[in-house]
Design a protein around this ligand. Structure first.
Ligand code: ADP
Length: 307
């Protein structure tokens, strides 16, 4: 079984508009509402790949109820902790020129809610082989919370995969997760650089792996991805596709990696699955959604080379 951790989920609302102008009134012809936050995107894609997924984290208020209903629709097991605060919603405005996002901070997590979560987390560790933790930390939790989760998972011999950014990632790495998946921008932030060439990126990534992270999956949007361990570097070159909505591609990539790794595929195949799932999400209008047949087609077009 695979468990996903979404500490700060959200209802993601997306408006598609021809143009977006500050200070003007806009009428949205197309509205998309999903149970989101990165962890729930990962969960849906894993489920589309046929995996049994258990989801945990914090849910509260009417927004939390709405998300719980969507979990049921997607046949995802609900192991969320009910909280006093209201689960957030986040807004994305999509135009031909790009995407504007407004992200709420999310509810405060009390000490009692934190304690209850850790109890559920420990019981999940008895059953799940993989723990995939994604997204930002809500207020109330310490910045080293992911490190704590990684430590506990490792003590139980579980794979702990972490996809977050900023201080949560910098601290989470101290727990030596099995995998981290920064995109280029998040990676630059992690190592404190504003811009970085590919060679340098590989050096830094390997340094992180030498300090205890088993794999670093560095996603580079339409330029593909690198999969780095302390002894190997694989680079995936991907074909050009028509991207409809790349939001959630990193989450779909993480789902693809977890699926393929759990099937004990070769590292080259695992990287292809990861990229193909990211691509299939980008090719779809929906956020955190893939087409398994398309994934198979993309896999055949991806080239992986050892560097
Ligand atoms: P994130 O969503 O975390 O920022 P990326 O944008 O790097 O992650 O995307 C993750 C993966 O999804 C990429 O490595 C690639 O395989 C695929 N992908 C994302 N955007 C595109 C795109 N425009 N064209 C083709 N593949 C894409």
């Amino acid at each position: 079984m695979i468990a996903t951790v979404s500490l700060n989920p959200s209802i993601d609302v997306r408006y598609s508009l021809p143009v977006f102008q500050i200070g003007q009134i806009h009428r949205a012809a197309s509205i998309d509402k999903t149970a989101g936050g990165k962890g729930l995107n990962v969960s849906r894609v894993l489920s589309q790949l046929g995996m049994k997924v258990s989801c945990t984290g914090f849910l509260g208020g009417k927004n939390g109820e709405w998300i719980a209903d969507r979990l049921q629709d997607s046949m995802l097991e609900n192991r969320f902790i009910p909280i006093k605060g209201e689960t957030r919603s986040c807004l994305a405005i999509l135009t031909e020129d790009g995407q504007t996002e407004i992200l709420e901070q999310g509810p405060y997590i009390s000490e009692d809610e934190r304690k209850l979560f850790l109890e559920i987390y420990d019981s999940i560790l008895e059953e799940a082989d993989y723990i995939v933790a994604s997204g930002s930390l809500p207020t109330g939790l310490e910045q080293s919370f992911y490190q704590l989760l990684a430590d506990r998972a490792k003590q139980k011999g579980r794979y702990f995969l972490l996809d977050t950014s900023g201080i949560g990632l910098a601290q989470g790495i101290q727990g030596k997760p099995f995998l981290i998946k920064p995109n280029k921008e998040e990676f630059c932030k992690l190592i404190g650089k504003s811009h970085i060439e590919l060679d340098e990126m590989m050096e830094y990534a390997q340094e992180i792996c030498k300090n205890g992270v088993e794999y670093l999956l560095l996603s580079m949007g339409k330029e593909g991805a690198l999969l780095v361990s302390k002894s190997r570097i694989l680079k995936a070159d991907i074909p050009v596709i028509k991207a409809m909505n790349p939001v959630g591609s990193g989450d779909s990539m993480l789902a693809g990696f977890t699926f393929a790794h759990s099937k004990e595929y070769s590292l080259e195949e695992v990287l292809k699955w990861a990229c193909a799932c990211g691509m299939s999400n980008a090719a779809s209008e929906k956020t955190g959604s893939i087409n398994p047949l398309e994934v198979q087609q993309f896999i055949n077009l991806i080239k992986v080379v050892e560097i």
